[in-house]
Design a protein around this ligand. Structure first.
Ligand SMILES: CC(C)(COP(=O)(O)OP(=O)(O)OC[C@H]1O[C@@H](n2cnc3c(N)ncnc32)[C@H](O)[C@@H]1OP(=O)(O)O)[C@@H](O)C(=O)NCCC(=O)NCCS
Length: 169
C-alpha cells in the first residue's frame, strides 16, 4: 500500500479532476467531464482517493443503484432469488492514476466501495455488487476478489453481498 494515509471522500469542486490520468481514455474523460454532472443529477456518486499533492485524485470509483433479472444468473443462484428484478449496486467505474497503480490502491478502493454498499444495505435491500469490466485485464482484477461473470454477459460481473456479512470489513 502507498506510504501515505488513505483518504476517500465524495468528489467535490476542489478536487483536481483535470490532471487525472489512468491510461484508459474513457475513464479519464469521465472524471474530467462527466462525473460532477452525474453527481448533481444523482445518477452516480463518485468517491475519490486523495494523492500526495493537495486535492490530487489518486483514484476514483462510482456507485449507482440498479437491478437485474435473475435469468442472467447461474441457475443454482437464480432459484433462490425472487421473480421480480433483483436489487444491486453498480460499481460503474474504478480507476487508479498511473503513478499510483500497483501499490494496492485499487484493492483498497474496491474494499471501500464494498463497505459503503454493505452499510447502505442496512437501509435498502442490495443483493449484489455489479461491475462492468472494460476489458479482459479488468475482468481478471475483479475475479481475484470473487466476482463472477453473468453467464449471459461475460463483461458484467457480480458479487453477492452475503459473501461479506461475516467478514470484519
Ligand atoms: C485495474 C486497476 C483498477 C488496479 O488497481 P491497482 O491499484 O493498480 O491494483 P492493486 O495494486 O490494488 O492490485 C491489487 C492486486 O491485484 C493485482 N492486479 C492488479 N491489476 C490487475 C489486473 N489487471 N488483473 C489481475 N490482477 C491485477 C495486483 O497484482 C495485486 O495483487 P497482489 O496483491 O497479489 O500483488 C488499475 O490498474 C487501473 O485503474 N487500471 C486502468 C483503468 C482500468 O482498467 N480500470 C478497470 C475499470 S473496469
Amino acid at each position: 500500500m502507498a506510504d501515505f494515509p488513505l483518504v476517500v471522500e465524495p468528489l467535490g469542486p476542489g478536487h483536481d479532476r483535470a490532471s487525472f490520468n489512468c491510461g484508459e481514455p474513457s475513464l479519464d474523460a469521465y472524471i474530467r467531464r462527466q462525473a460532477s454532472q452525474d453527481v448533481r443529477r444523482r445518477v452516480a456518486q463518485t468517491f475519490v482517493a486523495l494523492g500526495e499533492e493537495p486535492q490530487e485524485i489518486a483514484g476514483y470509483y462510482t456507485l449507482s443503484a440498479a437491478s437485474f433479472e435473475k435469468e442472467g444468473m447461474p441457475p443454482e443462484m437464480a432459484k433462490r432469488l425472487p421473480h421480480y428484478p433483483v436489487p444491486a449496486a453498480v460499481l460503474g467505474r474504478l480507476a487508479i492514476a498511473q503513478q499510483y497503480q500497483g501499490s494496492g490502491l485499487g484493492e483498497a478502493l474496491l474494499i471501500d466501495a464494498i463497505k459503503r454498499v454493505l452499510h447502505a444495505s442496512g437501509t435498502i435491500g442490495v443483493y449484489a455488487i455489479i461491475v462492468d469490466a472494460l476489458n479482459d485485464s479488468a475482468c481478471s482484477f475483479y475475479k481475484r476478489y470473487g466476482f463472477q461473470a453473468f453467464p449471459s454477459n461475460p463483461d458484467r460481473l457480480f458479487l453477492p453481498l452475503q459473501t461479506f456479512v461475516n467478514l470484519d470489513l
